[in-house]
Design a protein around this ligand. Structure first.
Ligand code: A2R
Length: 336
């Protein structure tokens, strides 16, 4: 795995989102050329701008002909498909829109890659084809018993939300295109991740923000939470985007990879970390609006395949991940 990697031209969908901002920086640092696409340019929600020199192409993935034009025009060596309705909680309110964006958006992209592939000289990837990295989710596995942890890629898939169904369908579709049309597809099932720029509707930024505001005297000392006994496998987003870059460069065509740490973190322990960091007496109140039907109690993954095929190694542990997230929200609390 020490062969030098050729410079790739990578089209990133969903580039204006949380992971997109970090992935653009990772690709630039690794010497790849990135082209960003999203339904909207970054900045509207305070996201960081892309690294200098990155081209942005606005495109709605639900518009099949626009996606075909985009892919044919850019002719990338690889595509990282991040664009999605990315919230399981929001999918309960908007199941149809979630399926349309996540399933039909993916279908449009795969069709566009299939149409563009014969004309694409993409000889710089290992397979000589245009590689698609489809970003799926650990939520595809659903509620598995504790005895099955850590979950390998062959674990049963039993989605428990429209979001999880959409991601299971996305992964199946991506692998089916590899099988039926020899498309160079690699799919992930990405477990929890966090870092700067993740919206506060996700649990760790929500805790970190509330505690940082309490520390800054901008909020009464009460933290509102959902279930705290939930256990998740979290990676720092900077490790996640490195895994995505490695999968693009070295993943095996047609395969599904867990992107995870193998370590479970109880949300109650993460909250205790932030409460300690804030240094105040804090009351914790359960908010019924934050409790989801069919909440999955535990999701911990096995990353052996990612380690074996791509040489992935986690570089940021849980304490650094949580400490950096708290520091981010402290900065935000100071500036607002
Ligand atoms: O919905 P918006 O306005 O936040 O835009 C999102 C964008 N997006 C689309 N782009 C093109 N065509 C569409 N029809 C479309 N619908 C949504 O994808 C947003 O800018 C981006 C996704 O970014 P985030 O919501 O911040 O997701 P995150 O956390 O970066 O997750 C990346 C991937 C997703 O596939 C997740 O399902 C997975 O990682 O966990």
């Amino acid at each position: 795995m020490s062969d030098p990697v050729e410079r790739m031209k990578v089209l990133v969908t969903g580039a204006s989102g949380f992971v997109g901002a970090h992935l653009m920086a990772e690709l630039a640092d690794a010497g790849h050329e990135a082209v960003a696409t999203d339904i909207a340019a970054p900045g509207g929600r305070g996201e960081p701008a892309f690294p200098a020199g990155v081209a942005f192409r606005r495109c709605d993935l639900e518009d099949a002909s626009a996606v075909r034009e985009l892919v044919a025009g850019v002719r990338p060596d690889g595509v990282v498909h991040l664009a999605a309705q990315s919230s399981a909680a929001a999918s309960l309110e908007a199941p149809r829109a979630t399926l349309e964006t996540n399933v039909f958006g993916t279908l449009n992209l795969l069709e566009a890659v299939r149409a563009a592939s014969p004309a694409c000289p993409a000889a710089r990837t290992a397979s000589g084809k245009m590689r698609v990295l489809s970003i799926g989710s650990a939520e595809e596995y659903g509620a598995r018993p504790r005895s099955e942890m850590p979950l390998g890629e062959r674990s049963r898939v039993e989605p428990a939300s429209p979001y999880a169904v959409s991601k299971a369908a996305q992964t199946m579709l991506a692998v089916q295109y590899a099988r039926s049309y020899s498309l160079d597809v690699v799919a992930t099932r990405s477990f929890g991740h966090t870092g700067s720029g993740q919206p506060e509707r996700f649990v760790l930024p929500s805790f970190a923000k509330q505690c940082a505001e309490i520390a800054a005297g901008k909020r009464p000392p009460v933290v509102r939470t959902g279930r705290l006994d939930v256990v998740r496998d979290y990676l720092d987003v900077r490790d996640v985007v490195r895994a995505y870059r490695l999968l693009l460069e070295r993943g095996t065509e047609g395969e599904i990879y867990n992107v995870c740490s193998g370590e479970g973190v109880a949300l109650g322990d993460a909250l205790s970390f932030f409460v300690r960091a804030c240094g105040a007496e804090v009351a914790v109140e359960e908010d019924p609006r934050l409790l989801r039907p069919a909440d999955i109690q535990m999701l911990v993954g096995d990353n052996a395949k990612l380690v074996r095929d791509c040489g992935f190694e986690r570089s940021i542990g849980v304490d650094t991940m949580l400490g950096d997230l708290f520091a981010h929200w402290e900065r935000v609390a100071r500036e607002t």
